[in-house]
Ligand binder design. Structure first.
Ligand code: NAP
Length: 285
């Protein structure tokens, strides 16, 4: 008889309390009879080197990485999957015999979200709010999908410039630029898709909005990649304006299932009933 060892996984971040990854993965393990355990671990920036050493030594088989470590984990890796290397940020790491390989599954989660909500990115104008780890994944997904334009708006302009500089070789026919909202008024009166990748609307920032509400229009589509809460303040205001609104839950589920495929080395994701998983997670939000 073959005894399969229980595999151990975790999500690391700071903050991490809001994460539903343990619930998502725990539910999948039960549905598929996978011997696995998944926890959330608060890891501060100072604690990251020591945590990565313990991870490498076999404490865990795989981790998800969330805010603010998606760039910071990269120097600790032995290898980067080609897509993660192009995107330049990592949200999933596999530990095998002491070797750490970094992956990016956020971009896939984002593409799936657009698909599920019948948004065809080709030719469309996107305003991307934020230039952190997840913004790189979203920008990559949009450039791969031949978006018409992607304007990156960020608190720290230099980081928007760095994002554009690092992915501009993929831009093809897409207009891809750092921008300020003041320069985008002509686009904002049209049917743009605005994507929030900042934490404004979550945790201690739950009463903040990443976009001035008076600029919202009924023709806009507002995607907030935050999923906890399901309806951030800006999504509520966008909905009241008559805009189409999309939260981050589907992205979260798809990036998580794609991580599981990486860790287990087989396709589990396609066998998971999406509707059931969504219901389980929504009940907690
Ligand atoms: P990150 O790498 O730390 O980047 C955060 C970004 O938000 C940076 O551009 C930062 O601007 C900006 N920002 C932070 N605080 C701000 C403030 N007070 N005012 C204005 N801008 C601010 O974080 P991340 O990993 O990209 O994650 C960002 C968010 O996305 C988190 O809420 C996370 O939960 C969510 N997320 C969701 C999913 C999903 O599956 N649904 C996947 C990934 C991430 P500066 O450059 O100026 O610092």
């Amino acid at each position: 008889m073959t005894v399969t060892r229980e595999k151990k996984f975790a999500v690391i971040g700071d903050p991490v309390e809001q994460s539903l990854s343990p619930l998502l993965h725990g539910s999948v393990f039960r549905m598929q009879n996978i011997p696995g355990r998944y926890e959330k671990i608060l890891v501060t920036a100072q604690e990251l080197p020591r945590f990565m050493a313990r991870f490498r030594n076999g404490e865990l088989d795989g981790i998800n990485v969330t805010i603010p470590h998606k760039f910071a984990v990269m120097p600790f890796l032995d290898e980067l999957n080609p897509k993660a290397s192009i995107i330049g940020s990592v949200n999933c790491i596999l530990q095998k015999e002491g070797r750490l390989t970094g992956y990016n599954t956020d971009w896939f989660g984002f593409i799936q979200t657009l698909k599920m909500n019948h948004i065809q990115p080709a030719g469309k104008v996107f305003i991307l709010l934020g230039a952190g780890g997840s913004a790189y994944s979203v920008a990559y997904a949009l450039l791969q999908s031949a978006a018409g334009a992607v304007f990156v708006v960020n608190r720290t302009r230099e980081k928007a410039e760095s994002l554009v500089a690092s992915l501009s070789h993929l831009s093809g026919c897409t207009v891809f630029q750092p921008a300020q909202l003041e320069d985008l008024t002509s686009y904002l009166n049209d049917s743009v898709v605005i994507v929030n990748t900042t934490p404004l609307g979550m945790g201690t920032l739950k009463d903040e909005t990443p976009f001035p509400p008076h600029l919202l229009r009924p023709g806009h589509t507002f995607v907030d990649i935050i999923y906890n809460p399901l309806q951030t303040k800006i999504l509520k205001l966008a909905e009241e304006t008559g805009a189409q609104t999309i939260n981050g839950l589907e992205m979260f589920i798809y990036q998580g299932l794609a991580s599981l495929d990486v860790w287990l080395g087989r396709t589990v994701s396609s066998r998971i009933p999406m509707k059931r998983i969504k219901t389980i997670l929504e009940a907690k939000l």
